[in-house]
Design a protein around this ligand. Structure first.
Ligand code: LMR
Length: 426
């Protein structure tokens, strides 16, 4: 029987002093899109792959392995070790570092994490506690959650922006980036770099530019923190997309860390599969660092979840399945490239003011369209949803909607009288 208080209760709360936090712009927009009752609508919001019907795509290789796991008598739901499923951790290293030599392996420490977000968080916390950096340099712009994760996990570390995006040309502002870092970065600062398929701009440095960034990190003693969320998803080739990380390591002089996500390249968004890697100067330092990371992991999540990691390990460790998965990757990256070209062609056909070549030159999941906030908000009235920054998730396009999306873009651009990415004059 419950207890009923006789006298009236005056309710109050210890939490009323809190300011309401703004919702997440990406997930918030997804909800807004879902609620839109319009018959025609298009979601170019969150970075998830959609097929030609605009539906989520469970990779055929993943489906196959899920069946095998279900039928495997050895499958159980025991705790994983704190550092994660050993077969997964090894497969994640091999994929990222390209089957590292024994000498390199002895310097790599890795843990399974709650996808890329968990890996960035663990890395932020670990570097904060172990290196006590004063600053972290992040690209302007970067994935919004990078800021929030560092706010929470390393609140004392000042977040500084390095120029990255040139709004005039919708391309990389490489000279601005290098100049700022050269002049303002200090020894011991962290620098966050997107390994490939930069989010949100879709613009990556060339190999020559990556070499110069590595030179700068060496010279200025900056500590590289790579976020690798799209390996294989960007170019369709896992080795090509890992080139920058491997180049930094090949120099032999740099210690670094990498946050790795399997959300996009395996389509395992909700399973939260990821890894954090440290490449230390020597084996002893690696072992010490790993002991701290395991200590943090125990306090934060105890052990990572097993299901998605089992799928990834099974695929990557079975050569025929790995080859099939590489075909799945090509399907995803290929369809996105086709949609970039289709959107560009439609805008050309409409002679929409401005130069739109950047849509095909950019890479990976997103295009930074150059559309202004005003134009983006006008597009929402046409039931087309992209982030107010102008970031469009290209896989939301398909044969059925691309012409209509282009028509709506053409309409809002003409109405605003403001052409994004004006044609570049030599
Ligand atoms: C995105 O940028 O849309 C994705 O990485 C999803 C997310 O968590 O923000």
């Amino acid at each position: 029987m419950g207890y009923t208080r006789e006298e009236p209760v005056e309710r109050t709360s210890l939490f009323n002093h809190l300011e309401t936090m703004p919702g997440d712009p990406i997930f918030g927009l997804m909800t807004q899109y879902a609620k839109d009752p319009a018959e025609f609508k298009a979601s170019l919001t969150i970075g998830v792959y959609r097929d030609e019907e605009g539906k989520p795509w469970v990779l055929p290789t993943v489906k196959k392995v899920e069946k095998m796991i279900a039928e495997d008598a050895a499958t159980n739901h025991e705790y994983l070790p704190m550092e994660g499923l050993p077969a997964f951790v090894k497969a994640a290293q091999d994929l990222l570092f390209g089957n590292p030599s024994a000498a390199l392996s002895s310097r790599i420490g890795s843990l399974q994490t709650i996808s890329g977000t968990g890996a960035v968080h663990l890395g932020a916390r670990f570097l904060n506690d172990s290196l006590h950096p004063k600053r972290i340099w992040v690209s302007d712009p970067t994935w919004g959650n990078h800021h929030a994760i560092f706010d929470i996990a390393a609140p004392e570390v000042e977040q500084k922006l390095y120029p990255y995006y040139d709004a005039e040309t919708c391309s990389l502002n490489f000279s601005g980036m290098m100049k700022t870092l050269e002049e303002e970065a200090q020894a011991g600062d962290l620098i966050l770099l997107h390994a490939c398929a930069h989010n949100p701009t879709g613009i990556d440095p060339t190999k020559e530019q990556w070499k110069q960034i590595a030179d700068l990190c060496e010279k200025k003693k900056l500590f590289p923190f790579f976020d690798s969320a799209y390996q294989g998803f960007a170019s369709g080739d896992v080795d090509e997309d890992a080139w920058a990380v491997r180049h930094f390591i090949s120099r032999g002089t740099l210690e670094l860390v990498v946050a790795q996500s399997f959300s996009k390249n395996f389509g395992l968004y909700g399973q939260r599969v990821g890894a954090f890697h440290i490449v230390a100067g020597d084996e002893q330092a690696r072992d010490k660092a790993l002991s701290h990371l395991i200590y943090l992991q125990r306090a934060e999540i105890s052990n990572p979840p097993v299901y998605g990691a089992r799928i990834v390990a099974w695929i990557l460790q079975t050569p025929e399945l790995k080859a099939e998965w590489e075909q799945d990757l090509l399907i995803m990256s290929g369809r996105i490239k086709t949609m970039r070209a289709a959107l560009y062609a439609e805008l050309q056909k409409l002679q929409t003011p401005g130069s739109w070549e950047h849509i095909v030159n950019q890479n990976g999941m997103f295009s930074y369209t150059g559309l202004s906030e005003k134009q983006v908000l006008a597009l929402r009235k046409e039931h087309i949803y992209l982030l107010t920054s102008g970031r469009a998730s290209i896989s939301g396009l398909n044969r059925d909607n691309v012409a209509l999306v282009a028509k709506a873009i053409d309409k809002v651009v003409r109405a605003s009288g403001d052409a994004p990415a004006p044609a570049i004059t030599a």
